[in-house]
Design a binder for this molecule. Structure first.
Ligand SMILES: Cc1ncc(COP(=O)(O)O)c(C=O)c1O
Length: 401
């Protein structure tokens, strides 16, 4: 037997368990209504025409070789311009590194940043890939809690009390997966102050920055112009190009605190040669033509969000604080049932009613009574799914509804 490296025991991805079960049922011929995939293209959305045509153009023009490891220069310029214009972040092309999705940016960043015993402060619940990476490199995952207060998601903890001299980085996911929360400028400021008070940097994942419905989004690097901020963003969500695998990171640190980390990330980037060149060129060509399509997209996502929220309005057993961004809702179970915890609920719901949602504890939630539901499917499908959930809860609730 060849044994894998011991550190792999830290790699877990709980939300895939529900997906595996859904696949098994589908293989057996069952219809599954999937409310578990954070991918608009898996529903009825496709990338904008400008992006699709730009790919043909890139290939025809000969952008088919390796590119520099940091990414095509003109794309880095176009991204920097976009971040300056849209988010008010003072970055130049040389601060930008193109990656194969935000996922690769996270992977390289964790490898470059986290050492044995380093503490990384993250939100709970949290986009789940962050935590196993911290553990993989011997770091310690610590959490600040998000919770509901008067119809809004807010940070519950005094974050200044959660940082220590061992804190290497404070992670922000804004807008937030899985809750759809959007942080206020004051909350971002508090996170930044907590990080800088102990000499830590801030990593801000802003992949849903353009998918905000009814409030304003502030980019961390624009709120904290003097702090060392690494911004993560990409084309998967707002350009509806999840399968294209294109993302980027930028380093904003006017006093140069991030210079060595950036150098380390570039070294790692060289080891994987480059992100796909035609995809990079297509993104540059499309970015230059603008992101005008976003207004319609946001309107359509908002319409689907509003419909889902209306379906849950008088739902006995589930309470929802409406998401203000992205395409996730994160309702709370308000009754106990013979499903046990959230994972039991998700499994039984899938088996009995053919509806796939993800249990909150898969997102490192500090509680075990929440579900993540993707509200992207067309109206008749989402209505059917909610009806099935209603039926399921009525059948299994222990306390009277
Ligand atoms: C918060 C967050 N960051 C990063 C990613 C991964 O993005 P990419 O497709 O660019 O790898 C996701 C995907 O769902 C996400 O929700």
């Amino acid at each position: 037997m060849i044994h894998p490296a011991g550190r792999i025991k830290h790699v877990e991805y709980a939300i895939r368990e529900i997906d595996a079960l859904a696949r098994e049922l589908e293989r057996k011929g069952r219809r599954v209504i999937r409310l578990n995939i954070g991918d608009p293209v898996a529903y009825d959305f496709q990338p904008p025409q400008t992006l699709k045509l730009s790919l043909t153009e890139a290939v025809e023009k000969g952008y088919n070789s390796y590119s520099p490891s940091e990414g095509i220069w003109e794309l880095r310029e176009a991204i920097a311009e976009r971040e300056r214009k849209v988010n008010g972040v003072d970055v130049e092309a040389e601060d930008v590194l193109v990656t194969t999705g935000v996922s690769e940016a996270i992977s390289m960043l964790m490898a470059a940043l986290v050492e044995e015993g380093d503490e990384i402060l993250m939100p709970s619940p949290c986009y789940p890939v962050y935590v196993p990476y911290v553990k993989l490199y011997g770091g310690v995952a610590k959490f600040y809690r998000l919770g509901e207060d008067s119809g809004r998601w807010v940070i519950l903890d005094d974050v200044s009390k959660l940082v220590t001299p061992r804190t290497k980085a404070v992670f922000i996911v804004n807008p937030h997966n899985p809750t759809g929360a959007v942080l206020s400028g004051r909350e971002i400021q508090e996170l930044v102050e907590a990080a800088t008070s102990v000499g830590a940097c801030i990593v801000s994942d802003e992949i849903y920055d353009s998918l905000v419905f009814d409030c304003c989004f502030s980019s961390t690097a624009s709120v904290a112009k003097d702090a060392p901020v690494i911004g993560l963003n990409g084309f998967s969500k707002r350009w509806l190009a999840t399968g294209w695998r294109l993302g980027y990171m930028y380093f904003s640190s006017p006093r140069g605190e991030l210079d060595e980390v950036k150098e380390a990330v570039v070294k790692l980037a060289r080891m994987r040669l480059c992100p796909p060149t035609p995809i990079q060129k297509a993104a540059e060509l499309a970015l230059r033509k603008g992101e005008g399509f976003l207004e319609d997209l946001r309107r359509e996502f908002k319409r689907r969000r509003d419909f889902f929220v209306s379906l849950l309005q008088d739902f006995q057993g589930l309470a929802l604080t409406p998401p203000r961004a992205a395409f996730y809702a994160y309702p709370r179970l308000t009754v106990k049932g013979d499903w046990g915890n959230d994972f039991g609920f998700a499994k039984m719901l899938l088996i009995e009613e053919g509806v796939a949602v993800v249990h909150g504890s898969g997102f490192y939630d500090y509680q075990d009574n929440r579900l993540r539901v993707v509200f992207l499917p067309p109206g008749d499908i989402i209505e059917d799914a909610v009806q099935r959930m209603r039926r399921f809860i009525a059948r299994h609730a222990l306390a009277g509804l």
